[in-house]
Write a protein that binds this ligand. Structure first.
Ligand SMILES: NC(=O)c1ccc[n+]([C@@H]2O[C@H](COP(=O)([O-])OP(=O)(O)OC[C@H]3O[C@@H](n4cnc5c(N)ncnc54)[C@H](O)[C@@H]3O)[C@@H](O)[C@H]2O)c1
Length: 356
């Protein structure tokens, strides 16, 4: 049987890097995603050894045909509707994040030689994390307690995979960043990050290291493992409020982002769902941590090229404009409250059945 990895969400942030990693390792890859003009354009630049199959994973017939025809030895399931867009499209998100995962798993189970299934989950499964009251970094054994639909969908998807007849590996990702952030610099993302408590803990990770982890998870002896994927403990354990300004400064926008608000030490529910993670087991099995946070900043800066001095010039103006567009501008609020801010801007983030 030919070794073939089927990658869903193959044209997203993690998917693109994963497809490139697998192809560079000499693996046969089938990349699948929605048939959109942007994805068709990106498909033209794919490396040798990668085949593209367009499919909407919410269509069970398309999923069945895709899995049957590709007959993969491994499926890396990345396709999802993620924050902040998820809060605007609850119904669609549930169909993609939960129902499509079930459809893919059921189709894979029917193959004569069922593939290994590697699921992209998230540390959002753990829910709000007040650094003043929680202890220790997150581990695979920390109880899940989702605070929003995203974390809730990931808990449900994990359960579908864990209770399937397939060999599985689950990767719970931290804050994935790229040293080529161009297309990810959207106003919605700035706005979203500005809602989060600046003193909330976040373990970041370079998308290329995430890709290495996914590629390794398809072959190494890790079946039945739930692994936490974050960058190295020494440099990637950051505070939320340090991340975007450092990335912006690396691009040239020095001091160009307005400062956000800290979280309320006395309100556990008003913190976002990120924290530092124990990545020891994941690193031992997958050996994926290759890009430190300072190296990412240096590379981001080099990639920005001639745009850097221009961005440096407009930084003070950018700060004034962006300040007026932050979630808490003019509210007089002392502390950040991301869930309330998300509800006001995009829609109720709470899981179904938790909206009383
Ligand atoms: N980026 C992060 O920081 C992060 C953190 C934790 C977990 N994750 C998880 O990692 C995975 C990849 O995340 P990403 O940042 O690359 O997201 P992304 O939004 O960049 O990519 C998701 C891809 O899924 C595709 N998709 C959406 N609906 C689909 C459908 N109906 N049929 C087929 N394809 C569809 C999209 O077109 C997109 O290309 C997701 O499962 C996400 O939840 C990401």
């Amino acid at each position: 049987m030919t070794d073939t990895a089927l990658v869903t969400g193959a044209f997203g942030l993690v998917g693109s890097a994963t497809v490139h990693r697998l192809a560079a390792d000499g693996r046969r890859v089938v990349a699948t995603d929605l048939d959109t003009p942007a994805n068709r354009k990106a498909a033209e630049a794919l490396p040798v050894g990668v085949t593209v199959r367009w499919a909407d994973l919410t269509d069970p017939t398309a999923v069945g045909a895709l899995v049957d025809e590709v007959a993969p030895t491994a499926i890396i399931h990345l396709a999802a509707v993620i924050p902040p867009f998820i809060y605007q499209r609850r119904g669609l998100a549930e169909r993609v994040n939960v129902e499509a995962t079930a459809g893919l798993v059921r189709s894979a189970e029917k193959l004569a030689t069922p593939p290994r299934f590697v699921l992209a989950s998230s540390i959002a499964v753990y829910g709000s994390r007040n650094p003043h009251t929680v202890t220790g970094p997150l581990t695979a054994d920390t109880p899940v307690n989702p605070a929003d639909i995203y974390g809730d969908h990931k808990v449900k998807a994990e359960k579908i995979v864990r209770t399937s007849a397939l060999d599985w590996v689950i990767l719970r990702l931290g804050g994935v960043l790229t040293a080529t952030p161009g297309s990810y610099m959207k106003l919605d993302n700035f706005y979203f990050e500005g809602m989060l408590p600046t003193d909330g803990r976040l373990q970041t990770v370079d998308v290329r290291d995430v890709a290495t982890a996914f590629a390794a998870a398809t072959t190494v002896d890790a079946i039945g493992e739930t692994l936490l994927i974050g960058g190295d403990d020494a440099t990637h354990r950051l505070l939320q409020g340090d991340v975007a300004p450092a990335m912006a400064a690396a691009l040239g926008l020095v001091g160009g982002l307005p400062a956000g608000l800290k979280g309320d030490p006395h309100n556990d529910a008003s913190w976002f769902n990120t924290d530092w993670m124990d990545t020891t087991r994941a690193q031992q099995l997958l050996g994926f941590q290759h890009h430190s946070w300072p190296d990412m900043l240096i590379e981001t800066s080099a990639n920005a090229g001639i745009k850097r001095p221009l961005l440096r010039l407009v930084a003070p103006l950018a700060k004034q404009i962006l300040k007026r567009r932050t979630a808490y501008y003019g509210t007089g609020q002392r502390y950040a409250d991301p869930w309330k801010a998300i509800e006001k801007k995009w829609g109720d983030p709470r899981p179904d059945g938790d909206t009383a």
